[in-house]
Design a protein around this ligand. Structure first.
Ligand SMILES: Nc1ncnc2c1ncn2[C@@H]1O[C@H](COP(=O)(O)OP(=O)(O)OP(=O)(O)O)[C@@H](O)[C@H]1O
Length: 261
């Protein structure tokens, strides 16, 4: 399937919170240059898997290897080669963009002056150079999202984990970011792209992994997934593979309740 060695290997990954298993045996390998659309219903276990690979969630069983390191060993070096954009970020918004990005760059081992210069130039490309010295607290949602994207890339990581990375971005910025991801993948970076926006996932992913109830229920290119079911779009494939065909009923019940007063 791919000539290079995998950058991520996951074997029989299981995780339980309390008595409940949220991951029921995940197996996957990810290779350089792949954009992997990592999708699934709310609560399927996407964030949990990613957080395990990032070393942020412990207590799993099975084998996880990221860039040759095992998160459960307490390895930290491999983390310098990873970028992460969480869905909800605790961004230090009392800081200015300059302060925040320089700080994050340094955390990843980039010298302060390099991080600052790079951050400024990246902010400039996103149309944000005028607010480099403005506190992030005053930024719009899309502006904050751009800062997060920049912060995940300052150290030129080999693997990127992105959770709804286009959230809040305007149509022009979306085009830029999609192109940036394609170029990074073409350079051999591996991108794990979690999103609920199916048409974007369908277009940008080389490979799509669909998780449901803590299990992988599909793994392949969009064309391969289309061959498995009778759906034309990724949204339809998602609905079929997760056994969901009640949207009309649910919507009608929902509106009926709204109309009760
Ligand atoms: N720290 C935790 N303690 C207890 N349960 C948790 C914890 N983190 C996640 N869970 C549970 O694990 C399940 C999977 O959650 P996870 O956040 O991985 O889902 P997800 O696929 O990322 O969902 P979404 O699409 O809504 O972001 C959910 O049922 C969630 O309630």
């Amino acid at each position: 399937m791919n000539n290079s060695a995998p950058v991520i290997t996951v074997r029989d990954l299981r995780m339980k919170f309390g008595d409940r298993y949220v991951l029921n045996g995940i197996d996957l390998e990810a290779y350089p240059g792949q954009i992997i659309g990592y999708i699934g219903p709310n609560g399927a276990g996407k964030s949990t898997t990613v957080k395990i690979m990032l070393g942020l969630v412990e207590g799993y069983t099975g084998e996880v290897s990221v860039l040759g390191a095992s998160p459960s060993d307490g390895s930290v070096e491999y983390k310098k080669r990873i970028g992460y954009v969480p869905e909800v970020a605790d961004i230090y918004d009392t800081l200015t963009a300059r302060e925040y990005l320089t700080f994050i760059g340094e955390l990843y081992g980039v010298p302060a002056d390099e991080a600052e210069s790079k951050a400024y130039r990246l902010m400039e490309r996103f149309g944000l150079k005028e607010v480099f010295d403005v506190r992030i607290a005053t930024f719009s949602k899309g502006m904050k999202q751009k800062v997060l994207l920049i912060s995940s890339l300052l150290h030129n990581p080999d693997i990127l984990f992105l959770d709804e990375p286009l959230s809040g971005l305007d149509a022009n910025s979306v085009m830029v970011v999609k192109e940036v991801l394609a170029l990074l993948a073409a350079q051999g970076k591996t991108i794990f792209y979690s999103s609920h926006i199916m048409d974007v996932v369908e277009k940008i992913s080389h490979r799509i992994i669909l998780l449901a109830d803590g299990r992988i229920v599909a793994d392949g290119s969009f064309e391969q997934l289309k061959g498995q079911v009778s759906g034309g779009s990724l949204e339809q494939i998602f609905n079929q593979l997760t056994g969901f065909n009640e949207h009309q009923d649910i919507a009608e019940q929902f509106v009926a309740i709204v109309q009760e007063v």
